[in-house]
Design a protein around this ligand. Structure first.
Ligand SMILES: *[C@@H]1O[C@H](CO)[C@@H](O)[C@H](O)[C@H]1NC(C)=O
Ligand SMILES: *[C@@H]1O[C@H](CO)[C@@H](O)[C@H](O)[C@H]1NC(C)=O
Length: 334
């Protein structure tokens, strides 16, 4: 009795989830940790507009980087020069999009309170349309300058250690994913309607993929997830009752899962017990609300489901064991 109570007590009060991850200082493999700034950084090398860069950083759980101090700017410039010396510019999280001439960071700090080192005679709002700020590596390293927001350049995302939270069951930094023991996977149902391509990208940004349905059990679980998830109102026109999932025939090779394998399901896994041919009117894969598969036009906007395979679901248990060791001398009495 005593040990059960103690165990519960330990689990509830002594497993400081986020702090424990914070002491491990790990966010994602593709982010580098800088001890002196207690933050993680990632240079994205596929150029994007400023808005899209900002959006992608948020999807990954961070913000579009701007240096807070000269020291941070210089440390990053050195790292940038060592790792990506051919990248001449990056967007930073500074703009005057909301009020001309009032430059603020994406987290609403005035530029005068952060790194504020401009190329001479800038910002100049050149040709009346430069509202977004980028930083130079060459020809004046560290200078800020304003540019057209729709230009596509590289960008850097930042995640502070303080803001890091950890989903232990799913072993990832995204708390909205929930673990399903029967399938051994974590899932998130997104209720912002997107087309199939955008949905595919969105899952990737969260280190996941569109959910793959391999069998009845998974279909049943996802149908249940679809039914039990609250559906917010949306102004976007979208198809209700269907959910994008991870299969397609976009390469005209027959139905394939997003993992690259042939879709291997019975005919009766499909809506109406009929396997569609995946022609140009419906080359993307979705799930009907009852768990049956259905082909959709890739442009169709609807809700969608991402899955994350759990590499080491034992993480939580092993931590409990570590904590309990001193109390139970290695034995684990339930
Ligand atoms: C980048 O590295 C090169 C070679 O090490 C060096 O000459 C140059 O000054 C560096 N530039 C910056 C901006 O740090
Ligand atoms: C999905 O939406 C994006 C953004 O609106 C668009 O660029 C893309 O072409 C669309 N994809 C498909 C397959 O319709």
């Amino acid at each position: 009795m005593f040990s059960k109570t103690l165990l519960l007590f330990l689990i509830v009060f002594f497993v400081p989830y986020s702090y424990e991850q914070q002491s491990e200082k790990f966010f994602r493999k593709d982010y580098k940790y800088f001890e002196e700034f207690e933050s993680f950084y990632k240079m994205h090398t596929v150029p994007q507009s400023w808005m899209e860069s900002k959006r992608i950083c948020e999807l990954e759980g961070g913000i579009l980087w701007h240096p807070d101090t000269d020291a941070e700017a210089n440390a990053f410039l050195t790292f940038w020069n060592e790792t990506k010396p051919k990248v001449p510019w990056v967007w930073v999280g500074l703009s005057d999009l909301l009020a001309e001439g009032v430059f603020v960071t994406v987290d609403n700090k005035p530029v005068s309170e952060v790194y504020n080192f401009w190329e001479p005679d800038t910002p100049d709002d050149g040709e009346g349309g430069e509202d977004c700020v980028y930083m130079y590596l060459k020809d004046g390293p560290g200078y800020l300058d304003d540019d057209k927001c729709n230009d596509r350049i590289n960008f850097v995302c930042k995640k502070t250690l303080k803001s890091l939270e950890w989903n232990y069951q799913c072993n990832m930094p995204y708390l909205e994913y929930s673990y399903n023991k029967d399938n051994g996977k974590c899932y998130k149902l997104h209720t912002t309607p997107l087309n199939w391509t955008e949905a595919y990208a969105m899952c990737q940004y969260e280190q996941s993929s569109l959910a793959v349905i391999n069998n009845n059990r998974e279909a049943y679980y996802l149908a249940h997830l679809a039914e039990s998830t609250p559906k917010p109102r949306s102004r976007t026109k979208y198809s209700r009752g269907i959910y994008h999932v991870g299969f397609h025939n976009r390469f005209n090779e027959g139905w394939r899962t997003v993992k690259g394998t042939k879709l291997n399901v019975d005919r009766n896994a499909w809506y109406d017990n009929y396997e569609p041919d995946g022609d140009s009117f419906g080359q993307c894969g979705s799930m009907f609300f009852n768990g049956r598969l259905v082909d959709t036009d890739c442009e169709t906007k609807c809700f969608f489901i991402c899955e994350h395979e759990v590499e080491s679901p034992k993480h939580v248990v092993s931590n409990f064991m570590d904590i309990l060791q001193p109390y139970f001398g290695g034995g684990f009495e339930y």
